[in-house]
Design a protein around this ligand. Structure first.
Ligand SMILES: Cc1cc2nc3c(=O)[nH]c(=O)nc-3n(C[C@H](O)[C@H](O)[C@H](O)COP(=O)(O)OP(=O)(O)OC[C@H]3O[C@@H](n4cnc5c(N)ncnc54)[C@H](O)[C@@H]3O)c2cc1C
Length: 355
């Protein structure tokens, strides 16, 4: 949607459609997690006791942690952000398309926190670059990508491949730049750098905000108490079993899990069966040896009609699902078809427990 490829509504459906018969759906947020008392309390104040708890709250986008930025600005004054919602992805597409018609300076970035789909900031840079070329405006444009650290992707071989592609396409790269403030009136973004702050003017900017655990999780005893995932509130689970380290009847799956990789929907596909296997085994008085190895997948679009299907694990090994058919580091039409046509039906089958 953010690239004008899919219509509004393509990504929208309701949770109720996927809840199997015999499962009660409580349409209220959890306001309080009480793992000592083995209960959660929903916003209306109702307590729900449990024997086992599987937490899958995802994460919160924190636009407010960037000075001058707010969700309302998305789609205005050259500001885009595909992360927020379908409506804002559509608004971002309008802003990006207007930029691609005129040219100017396009600024891209990623946050200095854990994030879902770490390939998305790169994809959006590639796609914008491609639109500029297709509309004959590439020579009138500067495309600048700001990485929060010293690499472009956490898997070294992928990072190097992206670096080479960016170089080929004339996309400038700045390392160790973290967006701190934005002035929409003047169209200036302020980044922190190891040497102080740096201002970058823009005609179009793609803002990806810092991300952290939702407040009820951060206010509970469930997050890591120390280490790299404590400050952002990710759940303290074992990276192999997804079982909470201190509360053995609690599991954390999906984006909320405090594990080294795995913040993609494709990871959920491999995480959930592991957690389920441990719960079922325990109910049956057995043990399970099911382990999640960190499978993470990122169909990295490099231009319209081409993508690299990047799949990896905790060890940064590439773990292709179709070895010999889909090469992970090649820009292929077949990976594009998979991403744009096959993924939605696959994810929906997954939600129904069929894939
Ligand atoms: C732009 C973009 C591109 C992406 N591309 C890909 C991709 O190509 N491939 C891929 O595999 N993944 C991709 N992802 C990542 C993928 O969407 C997430 O990793 C995935 O949705 C995580 O699933 P989840 O169930 O953990 O969290 P979510 O899908 O965020 O679901 C969490 C749910 O919990 C609910 N919730 C939150 N707090 C509470 C509470 N207190 N009480 C009750 N409910 C609560 C939320 O409302 C939400 O419904 C992309 C994400 C973005 C934004």
């Amino acid at each position: 949607m953010g690239s004008g490829i899919k219509p509004a509504g393509y990504v929208v459906s309701s949770t109720a459609e996927y809840v199997p018969a015999g499962v009660e759906l409580v349409q209220e947020r959890v306001a309080e997690f009480d793992p000592e008392g083995k209960k959660v309390v929903t916003e209306s104040g109702k307590a729900h006791a449990y024997d086992f708890l599987v937490v899958a709250t995802g994460m919160r986008l924190e636009y407010g942690l960037i000075e001058g930025m707010s969700e309302d600005l998305i789609g205005r004054d050259g500001i885009g952000s595909i992360y927020h919602s379908p409506a804002k992805a559509e608004a971002t597409w309008q802003a990006m398309s207007a930029f691609a018609d005129k040219g100017g300076r396009g600024v891209f970035l990623r946050p200095n926190t854990e994030m879902k789909c770490a390939g998305a900031p790169l994809k959006y840079t590639f796609i914008t670059d491609d639109y500029l070329s297709r509309r004959g405006r590439r020579s009138k444009a500067e495309v600048v990508y700001n990485s929060n650290n010293k690499v472009l992707f956490s898997v070294p071989i992928v990072s190097e491949k992206v670096r080479m592609l960016f170089q080929e396409r004339g996309i400038q790269v700045n390392y160790e730049r973290v967006l701190k403030a934005i002035d929409p009136g003047k169209r200036i973004a302020t980044f922190s750098t190891p040497a102080g702050t740096e201002e970058q003017g823009y005609d179009f900017i793609h803002v990806i905000p810092p991300m952290r655990a939702p407040e009820p999780i951060r206010n509970s005893p469930l997050p890591w108490q120390s280490g790299p995932w404590a400050a952002e509130g990710w759940m303290e689970v074992d990276k192999g079993t997804l079982r909470h380290v201190r509360y053995r009847n609690v599991f954390g799956v999906g984006d909320i899990a405090g594990v080294p990789k795995g913040k993609t929907a494709a990871s959920v596909k491999w995480q959930v069966p592991v957690a389920v296997d441990h719960i079922v085994a325990e109910i049956a008085g057995k043990t399970s040896d099911a382990l999640y190895t960190g499978y993470t997948s990122c169909p990295l679009i490099t231009r319209l009609g081409r993508a690299m299907l990047v799949e990896f694990d905790y060890q940064n090994n590439l773990v292709p699902s179709f070895p010999g058919v889909i090469a992970p580091l090649e820009e292929l039409w077949v990976s594009w078809v998979m991403k744009t046509m096959a993924l939605k039906p696959t994810y929906i089958s997954m939600l129904r427990g069929r894939a």
